[in-house]
Design a protein around this ligand. Structure first.
Ligand code: ZN
Length: 264
């Protein structure tokens, strides 16, 4: 894996250990690797060659060091293709069942689970929109089985772009959830972003602590193409800061290297 691959996001359904698991992974998109903005080198982007977006800046008063981005149990942990969880077989200690409608029975860490309940309730109360959990917590062991199954059937290279490697998935933190609509339309498909449900989520999820983790045109930084269904719980403070300042990735917000693909 030395360069992004021109493939699109996809969903792979796999029956593992009697469970129907829907495994989703974005993949690299070679069209537009985006240079990593750096705080120390403010470019004259307004006057130079085409710049995707001006580099947003965090609110000066926001303390971006308040929580760890390395501790797997931190609400701010940053996991990507260059930052595996440490330890890679990390398992949260406070996983609970999330009492919401679902396509696959959802489990998350307690705080994220409470936030999902509030988020779904607000969507229905404020906009008359029904939501369901498509996929939430996936343990290291489950991810190993899924990933190895794909490697066995389709090969390593295919698996690398279609499924997160064990230890590298945000779903293993117990803080990430894939959301779909009821009735299900465009589930796990980029067209979900154009649905009323997808638009409401993009505009409101931050109020409940969720960050739209894989935004369009960010493959060169996050390593994943647009996933309008994947939300990462980071707490209301950080989610709101990201939303209001327009910073579109945790990598940029915390000044981390771009992670378009695995190091290997
Ligand atoms: Zn996801």
């Amino acid at each position: 894996m030395e360069r992004p691959r021109p493939l699109c996001a996809t969903a792979v359904a796999s029956i593992v250990m009697g469970l129907l698991l829907v495994v989703v992974a974005g993949c690299a998109d070679a069209r537009e690797p985006i240079p990593m903005p750096t705080a120390s080198a403010p470019s004259a982007s307004a006057t130079s060659t085409p710049s995707p977006t001006p580099t947003p800046t965090p609110t000066p008063t926001f303390d971006a060091t308040r929580l760890s981005i390395d501790d797997p149990a931190s609400l701010w942990v940053v996991v990507n293709k260059l930052r595996p969880l440490n330890p890679t077989d990390y398992a949260p200690s406070d996983i609970v069942r999330v009492p919401v409608p679902y396509a696959n029975e959802p489990f998350l860490r307690q705080e994220a689970a409470d936030a999902v309940v509030a988020l779904f309730a607000a969507a229905e109360a404020e906009a008359g929109l029904r939501l369901q959990a498509q996929s939430a917590y996936r343990s290291f062991a489950v991810q190993v089985r899924v990933y190895n199954g794909i490697v066995a059937s389709r090969g390593q290279e295919y698996a690398n772009v279609r499924s997160a490697r064990p230890g590298h998935s945000e779903h293993q933190t117990g803080l990430a959830i894939d959301i779909s609509s009821i009735p299900s339309v465009c589930a796990l498909d980029p067209c979900f972003g154009d649905t009323e449900h997808g638009r409401w989520l993009a505009a409101n999820a931050h109020r409940f602590g969720f960050h739209l983790r894989y935004q369009p045109g960010m493959t060169g930084i996050t390593g994943y193409s647009y996933e309008p269904w994947h939300f990462r719980y980071v707490g209301v403070e950080l989610a709101t800061e990201l939303h209001e300042t327009g910073v579109r990735s945790l990598e940029e917000f915390f000044g981390l290297p771009a992670a378009p693909t695995y190091a290997e």
